[in-house]
Structures are given as C-alpha cells and as structure tokens.
Write a protein that binds this ligand. Structure first.
Ligand code: FAD
Length: 417
C-alpha cells in the first residue's frame, strides 16, 4: 500500500475502505537469521535498515507489548543536532540528515517539522558555553545562530525577559531542529520493515537468552523458543534486565522521566524553547497542546509514572519563563523509563557473547537518534564492523575508562553533551 496525496483524496471520496493494515501479524518461525529484542524506535529502525541497506530480511522484531507502547510513543518529540562532544556530534548530525529524508524514504508522514529550537541563556558564562557549542555545530556542518536578547524577542515575544529571577540574555538558535510525530516514526519504520519481509511479533516477551559455548543460539519467549544466528538487545529502559539474561551487568540505571501536555490551544508557540536556568523545555503539538517536560525524577525505577515534586518543579520553571502558560489547563502527564549511562552517551556494540549485540543507553535523548542508531546498529550486526558515525559508543569504555565521552565525569548533564 503506497501513500500519496492522490490516494488520500481517492479514499476520502470513496469511504476510506481501501486502506489495509500497516503490517502483518505473523506467527513466529522456529528460526531467523537475526532477532531484534524490542519493538521501540531503535529496534524497528534497526530491522528496517538491516533489510533495506543489507538485504537481511529473515529478521524478527520481538516486542513484549505493542509497537509504539514504549518510550518511542512517550517522548516529547524533539529532534536536533546540537551536540557538542566529538563522538556525539557527528552521530546526531548524521541522524538529522536521515530525518530530513525520512518521510520520502519510508513513504510515511512522520510530521517532521523543522520549526527551529532556541536554547536560552541567562548569564555571560552560559553565553560563552553556547558560543562554543554553536561553533562546534557549524564546524560539524550543522546550523547555529547566536541571538542576543532582541533577537530572541523577535522570535519569542511572549517570554518574560526582565521581571524574573533569571533575565534572558539571548539564545542559541538551531533552525533545522524541531519535532516529529513520535508514534508515527515507530509505525513508519514498522511498516517499512514489514514490507521488506521482517516479522513483527507483538505480545512476544523475551524471557531468556540461549547461549552455548560463548555463542548466542536464540531466545526463549512467551510465544515459544526461537533460534537465531544473531540477536540484538534494543530495549531502552529494560536494558539491564534483558542483558542480565545473558549474564551481563550493564553500567546503566533506569530512571523515570515525565512529560506533560495541556489542552489544545490556538497556535502560540512556533519553536521548541528550552530554559537555560532550570530544566524546562516546551513546544506546541499540531493538535494544539503545549508539550513540555523537565528533569528526571532522580530515583531509579521501572514504574512509568512520575511523582508530584518533579511535576511541581517543571511547572514552576515554565511559569518563570512564560507566565502566560499558567492559564492553560494541564490535560495529561506520563512517564517513561530512561536507560541512563554514566557519561550520558549511548552504547552500540558487540558483547562478549558471539552473535549478541547491544544498542542502549539513550538516556532522555534517544528519539532524535532513532534513524542513525538503527542505521549504525544494522551496519554492525550485518558486517561485524562499527559504523564510522557510532565508533565512540563502545561498551568497554566503562570497563577500561578509555573513551568515556564525558571526561569531566559530569554525567548525564543534558547541556554538556
Ligand atoms: C517523557 C520523555 C520525553 C522524552 N523526550 C525526548 C525528546 O524530546 N527527544 C529525544 O530525542 N528523546 C526523548 N526521549 C527519549 C526517547 O524517547 C528514548 O531515548 C527512546 O525512545 C528509547 O529508545 P526506543 O524508542 O527504542 O525505546 P522503547 O520505545 O522504550 O523501546 C523498547 C521496547 O523494548 C520492549 N521490551 C522491553 N523488554 C522486553 C523483553 N523482555 N522482550 C521483548 N520486548 C521488550 C519494550 O516493550 C519497548 O517497546 C524522551 C523520553 C521520555 C520518557
């Protein structure tokens, strides 16, 4: 089934009866060449690029729930390439380029909107840090424009610039940054993978990983045992639990991150805006809801819901920055489980078990990474070689101390990556 404007028109005029399911619902086969554990954004994009770039189609994605039910359908949808550290910046730069061609590639409307991101700064020191970051972004081939206070005011007139604890000095503007419809990204990759022959097995929880003489042989699932030559673990917040099935102890803590959405409003916020003096960021969805979030709840948990103190903290930061949002009614809040690494950067690597690979540690920034992560992980699983854009994301950096991306040990500070 191919999507096009003409098709939408035809279906609209003929009762919308010609649409078919986006993917099949197959029974598990006894054996595949590759099994991907986890049907989130990263697992689905890996399966897609295995099929598309490497011609590997005897592949199954094993998802314990339903496609799109994990963090891929819970995030605040921000897509950007404004990372600072070498190792990260080239990876996210590659990801943004993939995003820019994604809708055509998938023949699917993921509502990628390059509405621009403005990171505000509120002190001279922060301005210096953003100048460095902006230069790094431009050197990487991405876009960055330093705005002074009047420059920010021209874009974001509704902010409180002066009558506030932290007056706004300016902002770093990243015009190619923006948002995308999160669950459509999962659906688009799922459909693309299925069309190429990948089996998407939902309600199929992996409960064990079969290893013989240091080589992976397959997995145990709630739908029976499945054999495979290669297995990829791509389960985000559940990474430690699934890796433990293979006897691995990962340098990962799972933490809750909350998000919030208001009732639908007329268009009032055109960009993605982040507050430099508190952890608060906001954009407006196409349905009109103001979508915003802040920091982790800061305790390890597998519960996908947060607590009121963090909610209050986020609301206060929002009210400080743009008092007008106090008039909006909050509609919903929810949480997701984040796979936090000690240096705030991901892992895309082989493991000590032959044929077993892992892609995890996306912290709270893995949505924007979905295309490049799948691309690089598929490359690794198909060829056995690290992809050049993801060469820094080695697992053993936490064992040897060499290659830690954040050498100052400041950990998962979002503004330092
Ligand atoms: C509130 C919030 C806001 C965020 N905002 C942003 C943002 O604005 N921009 C950004 O870039 N990132 C953001 N993120 C981070 C981003 O959503 C995640 O880093 C990313 O989605 C994680 O990868 P994934 O999509 O593969 O994860 P998931 O969708 O969670 O996929 C993992 C899948 O593995 C499955 N699974 C787990 N265990 C098993 C098992 N034993 N067997 C089979 N399947 C299993 C799960 O059911 C799940 O579907 C945010 C996250 C949250 C929660």
């Amino acid at each position: 089934m191919k999507f096009s404007g003409l098709r939408v028109l035809k279906e609209g005029l003929t009762g919308n009866v010609g649409w078919t399911p986006h993917w099949r619902d197959p029974e598990p086969k006894p054996e595949y060449d590759v099994l991907i554990i986890g049907g989130g954004g990263h697992g689905l994009s890996t399966a897609y690029y295995l099929a598309k770039n490497h011609g590997m189609t005897n592949v199954a994605v094993l998802e314990k729930g339903y496609i799109g039910g994990g963090n891929i359908g819970r995030n605040t949808t921000i897509v950007r390439a404004n990372y600072f550290l070498p190792g990260n910046s080239e990876f996210y730069s590659h990801s943004l380029k993939l995003w820019e061609g994604l809708e055509e590639d998938l023949n699917y409307n993921v509502m990628h909107s390059q509405r621009g991101i403005i990171n505000l700064f509120h002190s001279d020191g922060q301005r210096d840090a953003f100048v460095r970051r902006g230069n790094a972004m431009v050197n990487q081939g991405d876009d960055a424009i330093l705005l002074d206070r009047e420059g920010v005011r021209a874009h974001l007139p509704y902010l409180d610039f002066e009558n506030t604890r932290f007056p706004i000095y300016g902002g770093l503007y990243h015009p190619r940054g923006g948002t995308a419809r999160h669950d459509a990204v999962a659906w688009g990759y799922a459909r693309g993978a299925d069309m190429r022959g990948v089996d998407l097995l939902q309600n199929c929880e992996v409960t064990g990983i079969d290893i013989e003489n240091g080589t992976v042989r397959g997995v145990q699932t709630t739908r029976g045992a499945i054999r495979a030559k290669k297995v990829g673990i791509v389960v985000a917040g559940r990474s430690s639990q699934v890796a433990a099935m293979a006897g691995m102890r990962l340098p990962i803590e799972s933490h809750v991150l909350q998000a919030f959405v208001t009732e639908g409003l007329k268009p009032c916020i055109d960009h993605v805006v982040t507050f430099g003096m508190g952890h608060f960021y906001i954009s407006q969805s196409d349905k009109g809801g103001l979508v915003f979030g802040g920091d982790l709840d800061f305790y390890a948990s597998y519960a996908s819901r947060g607590n009121l103190p963090t909610a209050e903290h986020v609301m206060e930061a929002g009210m400080t920055l743009m008092p007008m949002i106090g008039k909006a009614k909050l509609l919903r809040s929810w949480g997701g489980i984040m796979d936090m690494t000690p240096d705030g950067s991901p892992i895309i690597d082989k493991t000590d078990t032959e044929g077993l690979f892992i892609d995890c540690g996306w912290c709270y920034g893995g949505f924007k990474a979905v295309p490049a992560s799948g691309y690089a992980f598929a490359h690794l699983m198909a060829t056995g070689q690290l992809h050049e854009t993801a060469a820094a994301f080695r697992l053993d950096r936490f064992r040897t101390g060499r290659g830690i991306l954040d050498e100052e040990g400041t950990g998962s500070q979002h503004n330092l990556h």
